[in-house]
Write a protein that binds this ligand. Structure first.
Ligand SMILES: Nc1ncnc2c1ncn2[C@@H]1O[C@H](COP(=O)(O)OP(=O)(O)OP(=O)(O)O)[C@@H](O)[C@H]1O
Ligand SMILES: [Mg+2]
Length: 314
């Protein structure tokens, strides 16, 4: 069978022009079942790409537009009040009928930075533990989007501890401001030719995700890839002088989750063993954990670790 994720990628490419990194980040997120945070200016197809993924994987989907008064109950289902007359008087109960993030497999939380702190903290705890009370929830991946934080967007940045709940982090940029003129031309062309109702999305189905997750758990990570990961982390700390005040290099993310992302990259490439090429996927965990200047050179560093090791092997 051909690689189902290639099919999904082709589908994304047909409907959304450019944004290659955001597409890869979304694929790595659903393969590894980790949460994804996409930050970018309005109208850069963040919502559209997330919808394509959830449709294609045929997952039960929950979409929620966060706002300044978002209450937790709106995210976890419907509150129902029941009254019962008893001899001792009236008993009023408040129950929830579970819904929202408690019953969906994939959810899109749009504009997450608009939500008020008290709802956000509980939400992020549920996302992190994948449990509500003692019960496990079926959620595979939450995709949160946010506009860049700035006064004119009426939002506040998520604090670093909350952001760390999203293993995959990516910046999405407008194509015009990025001067991607070839892509700009393609979009104008696409919409000039487009007849309406062209939203059909090819299905890869949920089975594919279950199978690929079993595959992911069996991926072998050879010692040279492990060494590459360690040398990257030490480059961040020793050479780039990152510390607790200018970055979030948590052991959870960099020593544990990062390996899952390396494995997801191997699955995406259709391999059963990780190799040095997969180290490049580490750039998808960096966006809001390291300063912008480091983010800019990290990709090169990951490339160079890869090519150095390859040379020494020969
Ligand atoms: N790169 C692109 N390729 C194809 N269509 C695009 C692209 N960028 C924007 N569009 C069009 O613009 C619309 C707006 O995109 P979308 O609503 O997904 O943006 P968004 O990033 O979620 O915006 P917001 O931050 O306001 O929620 C899309 O539905 C699509 O029609
Ligand atoms: Mg949107």
């Amino acid at each position: 069978m051909s690689n189902p994720f290639e099919l999904l990628r082709t589908e994304m490419d047909e409907l959304v022009i450019g944004h290659s990194d955001v597409k890869t980040a979304l694929l790595l997120g659903i393969i590894s079942r980790e949460h994804i945070y996409i930050q970018g200016p309005p109208g850069t197809a963040k919502t559209m790409l997330s919808e394509i993924v959830s449709k294609s994987a045929e997952l039960s989907f929950f979409f929620y537009q966060m706002h300044r008064d978002t209450r937790l109950s709106e995210l976890v289902g419907d509150l129902v009040i029941s009254r019962e007359d008893t001899e001792g008087g009236e008993i009023i109960r408040q129950n929830i009928i579970k819904g929202g993030i408690l019953t969906s497999e994939i959810c899109l939380l749009d504009d997450i930075s608009r939500a008020p702190g008290e709802s956000l903290n509980v939400l992020l705890r549920i996302l992190n533990e994948r449990k509500y009370g003692d019960e496990e929830i079926p959620l595979l991946t939450a995709i949160a989007t946010s506009n860049p934080t700035a006064d004119e967007y009426y939002n506040e940045p998520l604090d670093p501890a909350n952001l760390d709940r999203f293993v995959i982090q990516i910046n999405s940029n407008g194509l015009s401001y990025s001067r991607e003129w070839e892509d700009v031309k393609k979009i104008v062309n696409l919409y000039s030719a487009k007849n309406t109702s062209n939203g059909h999305v090819e299905r890869i189905g949920k089975d594919v995700l279950d199978k690929s997750y079993q595959q992911l758990e069996k991926i072998i990570v050879p010692s040279e890839v492990q060494d590459g990961l360690i040398s990257f982390i030490s480059w961040l700390i020793e050479d780039q002088r990152l510390n607790e005040s200018n970055s979030v290099i948590s052991d959870r993310t960099f020593l544990v989750k990062s390996i899952k992302i390396i494995k997801a990259s191997a699955v995406l490439a259709g391999r059963s063993e990780a190799n040095l090429e997969d180290l490049k996927a580490l750039k998808y965990i960096l966006a809001f954990r390291v300063p912008e200047e480091v983010l800019k050179i990290a990709e090169e560093k990951l490339e160079s670790i890869q090519s150095q090791k390859k040379k020494t092997k020969k």
